[in-house]
Ligand binder design. Structure first.
Ligand code: HEM
Length: 496
């Protein structure tokens, strides 16, 4: 009546009544009849997707999962068809290699490919195609490839050190270390995937290609939310300004130009894309697929490493004892800077402990990367979960849970060095690179890069954080990636 009195016609009224009844029935189904109805979680999240979406769009979901686990236990229903696990066994059950004949869980495409026309790459591919891509690309990550890539990586680290010294004016000017780490890792991976860096280090700025990646991370979260409402999604996609679509096309073309240039350089360059180029004809790999895989290597291989480097630097600057100990380890291990290389940096145990502690406190992939339980269901951490359920382990929440790590909000590299105080930590809860058939292919490369860069920075400079960065870590939001902001520090060259 009220709607009629508002002047709405009978058909609109019908639509309204239909929509309201549908929504109510949906909520009742989710709460009382859904196969996941026995799993605990906040009412709003069990009833509708909206609770989950609110946290996702706010950029706080990975943090919010921790209090939910504290309140509801190791399994929480984050949305009508989605569960979060906070149990080390869940890593193996969700991501691990199958020892029986059961199939590995597929990735949840609502998260990985919310837009249908996104190209397929190694990260979002389905199982079979993924297997082929992985076997081919693994070659570029072999020990031999790593050794051959050493001079190239070193050349970029040389530029970083030189720029930190000159632009930082010997410790007088503050430097945004988060940005400089990003310039370095983007240049390195750009070269390893496209045959040339992005010129970020030389220009002291982000290349437009790189800037576009950061912008897309936020848009990604919006798409991941809208995918649950296909009609709204369609309308919004139709309303997207032409200019935005043109930007996307420009980004694609820019990648294509880089890829073609790399292809002209020949197939026998020991880099990350060599394996794919060699198989391209045999498999009929389209240019678009090659482009997608080079692009994902760049995103996966640069932002993650730079994030961790920023995190460990912040944690060291705010824990002066640890910074002193690590600096002493590095400066005591080498006679000259030339001795710092791929091999020698792996003999620094305290450095590795600092990196692992930073991966725990500030995991570059903080959020849960969802999988779909196979038809017929599966047992996860001792719970039967029906087929079709979306499941994930949220790293940040897992690593800050007192059940798994003592003093989880404090930086204690010693926990990774056998300190008895931390003997009860559940080390198997810690999987920053995931495990199983889809774990990180670039793990060794990441450790090499992180060790090399951190060792060279601390060999050359004494670090002091600028006051404006005191709340650098606590104020960040997460939109798939950490929104890092500037990490400002003064770098005083060490007199030798
Ligand atoms: C600290 C640095 C890094 C962290 C924490 C990290 C973490 C991860 C994680 C969690 C995954 C699994 C993604 C998923 O399940 O969807 C992954 C996949 C992957 N990472 Fe890394 N990564 C890092 C550095 C790198 C580097 C330097 C590269 C080199 C290009 C790289 C290449 C890849 C690739 C190719 C995959 C896909 C593997 C597959 O699906 O078979 N990552 N990484």
């Amino acid at each position: 009546m009220a709607l009629l009195s508002l002047g709405l016609g009978p058909s609109l009224l019908l639509l309204f009544v239909g929509f309201t009844s549908y929504t109510l029935l949906h909520i009742i189904y989710n709460l009382f009849l859904h196969p996941l109805r026995h799993f605990p979680g906040p009412l709003f999240m069990r009833a509708t997707r909206l609770g989950h979406i609110r946290l996702l769009l706010r950029g706080t979901l990975p943090f919010d999962v921790l209090p939910l686990h504290r309140r509801y236990g190791p399994v929480v229903r984050l949305a009508p068809n989605e569960l979060a696990f906070c149990d080390p066994q869940a890593w193996r059950d969700i991501m691990g290699h199958r020892t029986d004949k059961s199939e590995e869980f597929e990735k949840y495409l609502g998260f990985y490919r919310p837009v249908d026309d996104l190209p397929v790459d190694i990260v979002n591919a389905k199982r079979e195609e993924h297997g082929l891509l992985r076997r081919t690309m693994a070659h570029g990550f072999s020990d031999r490839s790593m050794r051959e890539q050493q001079p190239l990586i070193k050349s970029y680290v040389d530029v970083l050190i030189q720029k930190l010294g000159t632009i930082g004016e010997g410790g007088k000017e503050k430097m945004d270390l988060a940005a400089w780490y990003n310039y370095t890792t983007f240049d390195v991976i750009g070269d390893l995937a496209f045959g040339e860096g992005f010129g970020c280090l030389e220009g002291g700025d982000y290349h437009p290609w790189v800037k576009a990646i950061f912008q897309l991370a936020r848009v990604g979260v919006v798409f991941q939310s809208l995918v649950h409402f296909p009609w709204v999604f369609k309308i919004i996609m139709a309303l997207i300004p032409k200019s935005l679509m043109e930007e996307r096309e420009k980004h694609y073309q820019m990648t294509l130009v880089k890829l073609k240039k790399r292809m002209e350089g020949g197939k026998d360059r020991s880099d990350l894309i060599e394996g794919l180029l060699k198989k391209a004809d045999e498999w009929g790999l389209t240019l678009q697929k090659l482009q997608a895989n080079s692009a994902i290597l760049i995103i996966g291989g640069s932002e993650t490493t730079a994030t961790l480097l920023s995190g460990v630097t912040f944690l060291l600057m705010t824990n002066p004892d640890a910074l002193k100990k690590l600096t002493a380890e590095i400066r005591g291990a080498f006679k000259s800077e030339d001795e710092i290389d791929f091999m020698s940096v792996s003999n620094l145990p305290y450095m590795l402990a600092c990196l692992d502690e930073a991966l725990r406190m500030y995991p570059p992939v903080p959020t849960g990367l969802p999988r779909v339980v196979t038809k017929g269901g599966a047992s996860i951490a001792g719970h039967y979960v029906p087929g079709g359920t979306v499941v994930a382990v949220h790293q940040w929440a897992m690593y800050h849970n007192e059940e798994h790590f003592k003093k989880p909000f404090e930086f204690h590299p010693e926990r990774w060095l056998g300190d008895p105080e931390f003997a009860d930590d559940h080390k198997d809860a810690f999987q920053p690179f995931h495990l199983g058939p889809r774990n990180c292919l670039g793990r060794n490369l990441a450790y090499i890069e992180m060790r090399l860069i951190l060792a060279r920075v601390l060999w050359n400079f004494d670090l002091r954080m600028d006051e404006d960065s005191a709340d650098w870590m606590s104020k960040q939001r997460i939109y798939n990636l950490w929104e890092k902001g500037s990490l400002n520090a003064y770098l005083t060259p060490v007199a030798r």
